[in-house]
Design a protein around this ligand. Structure first.
Ligand code: COA
Length: 332
């Protein structure tokens, strides 16, 4: 290892994008047999954002990415790696990150999409951090973004009330040990692949067969109740694991930023970690479950709310389809 080799990566800029259109629980009452009361008490969600008919994923990513670059004070050409975490790409070929590249002017960046569902952003940060640590990359743009409302089944009340659209971006740059991303962990358990899935639209049930659409296969399907239990256990275990490895007590954290899927999951995990409510960040009420965009959007909101400040010690933990789960401890 070279003496001048950077040891880790820190967040030097952030930017978010939400579509203008808001879909409230009352709006959903007119679409499926549900109620504001059911959605609010079971999930904590009151509204979510939804792309306009002429909007798509790249539009959100461009907005979020440009804001993060400006926040970091960088020119687009200074970025040498761009990772877009998404489960809802604009099209299968090319990667949405490639579609975004010329629009953001990332002329010197290698670009790829990363698929790890709701854990995608934390997975992408982990990948970016490795490249910065080895010196292979110096400035990395990491974006988590989704257009989930394009993939929900508007006749399925058990899923269509949960998801929203959005994008959250960060810029990572080299940092001294003890600063920035301090520790990460990631896990996958494909035995539970059928708990959260979109079975159709790929090569198993291809879009060019009418029966794929007739069987409503290119839509998000979730076994919510079973997912709930696994989510609480996995989020708690990986959070405690990362903290233990770092020699940090949960009480030393300034803020815990969990994946925003359901307020009852968030509160159960917060309780298991022994954290008071003011140390657990919640914005699921305003944005719903935005999958890979969930953690970065929550980080951005937490900064705006004055809950996450420079120098704070924070833990962000995600969980989602795969199943995948991942956690990152960072000094902001
Ligand atoms: N409106 C009204 N009733 C609804 C409803 C809705 N939108 N969705 C489901 N119900 C009904 C069900 O049909 C069921 O009725 P029944 O008892 O007559 O069969 C009842 O509510 C309870 O359903 P259940 O699925 O057991 O509810 P739940 O308390 O588990 O809540 C979720 C459902 C989806 C909110 C919850 O399971 C959840 O959040 N799961 C985890 C999701 C998650 O974390 N995903 C993360 C990865 S993306």
């Amino acid at each position: 290892m070279h003496d001048d080799m950077p040891r880790t990566a820190r967040i030097t800029g952030m930017g978010g994008a939400l579509p203008e259109r808001v879909l409230t629980n009352e709006d959903l009452e007119r679409i499926v047999d549900t109620s504001d009361e059911w959605i609010a008490t079971r999930t904590g969600i009151r509204q979510r954002h939804m792309v306009a008919d002429d909007e798509a994923l790249s539009d959100l990513v461009v907005r979020a990415g440009a804001a993060a670059l400006e926040d970091a004070g960088l020119e687009p050409g200074e970025i040498d790696l761009f990772i877009l975490a998404t489960a809802t790409p604009e099209q299968p070929i090319p990667a949405t990150s490639a579609i975004v590249q010329p629009r953001l002017g990332l002329v010197n960046a290698a670009c790829f999409d990363l698929s790890a569902a709701c854990s995608g952003f934390v997975y992408a940060v982990n990948v970016a951090r490795q490249f910065i640590t080895t010196g292979e990359a110096r400035r990395v743009l990491v974006v988590g973004a989704e257009c989930l409302t394009r993939y929900v089944d508007w006749t399925d009340r058990t899923t269509c009330v949960l998801f929203g659209d959005g994008a959250g971006a960060i810029v990572l740059e080299p940092a001294e040990p003890g600063d920035g991303i301090l520790r990460t962990a990631w896990r996958t358990d494909g035995r539970y692949a059928d708990l959260i899935q979109m079975p159709g639209g790929g090569c198993r049930f291809p879009p060019n067969r009418p029966e794929t659409l007739e069987a409503r296969l290119p839509f998000i399907k979730m076994r919510g109740n079973e997912t709930f239990k696994v989510a609480v256990r996995a989020l708690t275990e990986i959070s405690l694991g990362v903290l233990t490895e770092a020699g940090i007590e949960p009480g030393d954290l300034d803020l815990f930023i969990p994946h925003q899927a359901n307020i009852r999951i968030i509160q159960a995990v917060g309780n298991r970690l022994g954290l008071p409510a003011e140390k657990v960040y919640i914005n699921v009420d305003r944005v719903g479950n935005t999958s890979a965009a969930s953690i970065p959007l929550a980080m951005i909101d937490a900064v705006r709310d004055g809950r996450l400040k420079r120098g704070d010690l924070a833990l962000a933990t995600a969980f989602g389809g795969g199943l995948t789960w991942a956690s990152m401890l960072f000094r902001f």
